[in-house]
Design a protein around this ligand. Structure first.
Ligand code: BES
Ligand code: ZN
Length: 408
């Protein structure tokens, strides 16, 4: 990998016998919004006009400029860093091609004359959904945000991960659904991901995935290095625990349902990138992927959902709207991250259908994330957050007991 990087960056220079560590390079290979790259006069090395994504290798100054521009329009990072071992590829043209292929499939879906998804209300799902407890969510967010940080590069990256596993095992002990709790080790980070698998009855090889990242990060210059990450992303992590608590007490689903608490998202989607890649290599039939990342701050109003339309599936977004009409009754507003802003992008890149309902419009998200101030405060709204657990319960129970899948 590192040798490939050398060859790629210094394609015109003579081959060097000495290969420096990747970290020594100040240039970064990135994917970013084509419009941002153009506006900043950054040379684009490969691009896809239709997807609106460009590939560039940028200096730290250029990175800052992209970030500054992204912040102006309410985006967070502004670009996707491809320099980590997992994300790095010298086949950037191939990468853009697969993004374009997914877009073509999404377009094909949109062009179909009849694309309405019907979700019929099932009383069992509705009553399960109403079991979501705000108190439980608050207790889990309080617990997770009490660690100094959950950073994947800290000296103890797995303390909270191991405790999460223990708590999930204790919670599942009374479940009649066959289950498996595991820690997943990674090559790109010493931090582990947690997975719970509820095995399906009649179609165990068809998998419905629900996930969110368990790690946190402090990127502020305030001098305080705590990363409580209450919203980003103790909230989504807690939503998933609550969904699991409820779904694991119901009848065994027909399809398997897998829950993930990913490692190292904040350092470049590390855990999910490895997991999605290995699922693809093993040809696992993942039917749908839900990503919950930040659900506690109702920046666009209570029960307003920002529905990310990039790195997600047009079919699942329609399905989500039908689920919302039958069960949730939130106000869904389509929006974009503009880059692979969370773990759903890892699955999307492997060709799986993903959905990312977010706490607000992108430009109205929690201003305190990635700082020591991302704690439970007066703006934290557990009623709003509970809606995302309800979305999770409906997503798991409806999709795991149906034959629905992306129609291509
Ligand atoms: N939860 C954020 C993503 C996010 C932030 C979405 C604000 C919408 C609004 C996530 O944890 C994150 O910080 N992602 C990184 C990108 C990642 C590839 C390192 C980011 O946005 O900088
Ligand atoms: Zn974050």
């Amino acid at each position: 990998m590192k040798t490939a990087m050398m060859a790629f960056l210094f394609v015109a220079s003579t081959a060097s016998a000495h290969v420096a560590p990747l970290e020594n390079f100040k240039h970064k290979p990135i994917l970013a919004d084509l419009s941002d790259l153009r506006a900043l006069n950054i040379p684009v090395m490969a691009k896809d006009e239709a997807v609106g994504v460009g590939y560039a290798v940028v200096t730290p100054e250029m990175q800052q400029k992209i970030q500054a521009r992204a912040h102006q329009v309410g985006k967070c990072g502004g670009f996707e860093d491809l320099s980590s071992e997992v994300n790095f590829t010298n086949d950037f043209a191939g990468m853009l091609k697969s993004l374009a292929e997914i877009k073509a499939k999404n377009d094909q879906y949109f062009a179909a004359p009849f694309r309405a998804q019907a979700v019929t209300k099932n009383p069992e799902i509705e009553s399960a959904m109403n079991e979501v407890s705000e108190e439980n969510l608050k207790a889990t967010v309080t617990w997770l945000s009490s660690y100094p940080n959950r950073y994947n590069r800290s000296s103890t990256p797995n303390v909270h991960v191991e405790e999460m596993k223990k708590r999930l095992e204790a919670m599942l002990a009374s479940s009649k659904v066959p289950y498996e709790v595991s820690l997943i080790s990674h090559g790109s980070t010493p931090q582990k991901s947690v997975r719970v698998r509820l095995t399906g009855s009649t179609k165990p090889n068809e998998i419905v995935v629900l996930g969110g990242h368990l790690d946190s990060i402090n990127q502020s210059w305030s001098g305080k290095s705590d990363a409580p990450g209450a919203d980003d992303n103790a909230s989504g992590s807690a939503n998933l625990v609550e969904v699991l608590r409820i779904v694991s007490q119901k009848a065994q689903p027909q399809r398997s349902v897998e829950f993930f608490w990913y490692a190292g998202e904040e350092s470049g989607l590390l855990g999910s990138a490895e997991i999605a890649k290995s699922y693809k290599q093993e040809k696992k039939d993942v039917v749908a992927v839900l990503q919950l990342d930040m659900t506690l701050y109702p920046g666009s109003g209570e029960f307003v959902v920002g529905n990310m339309t990039d790195f997600t599936s047009s079919w699942l977004r329609d399905y989500f709207k039908a689920m919302n009409e039958a069960y949730i009754h939130g106000r869904i507003i389509d929006d974009q991250c503009g880059y692979g802003c969370s773990d759903h992008a890892s699955w999307h890149r492997q060709g799986y259908a993903t959905l990312m309902p977010f706490e607000a419009r992108m430009n109205a998200d929690n201003p305190f994330i990635h700082s020591s101030r991302d704690v439970i405060n007066n703006d934290s709204n557990f009623k709003h957050s509970a809606m995302y657990s309800k979305i999770g319960v409906v997503f798991a129970m409806d999709l795991a007991n149906s034959d629905a899948r992306q129609p291509y």
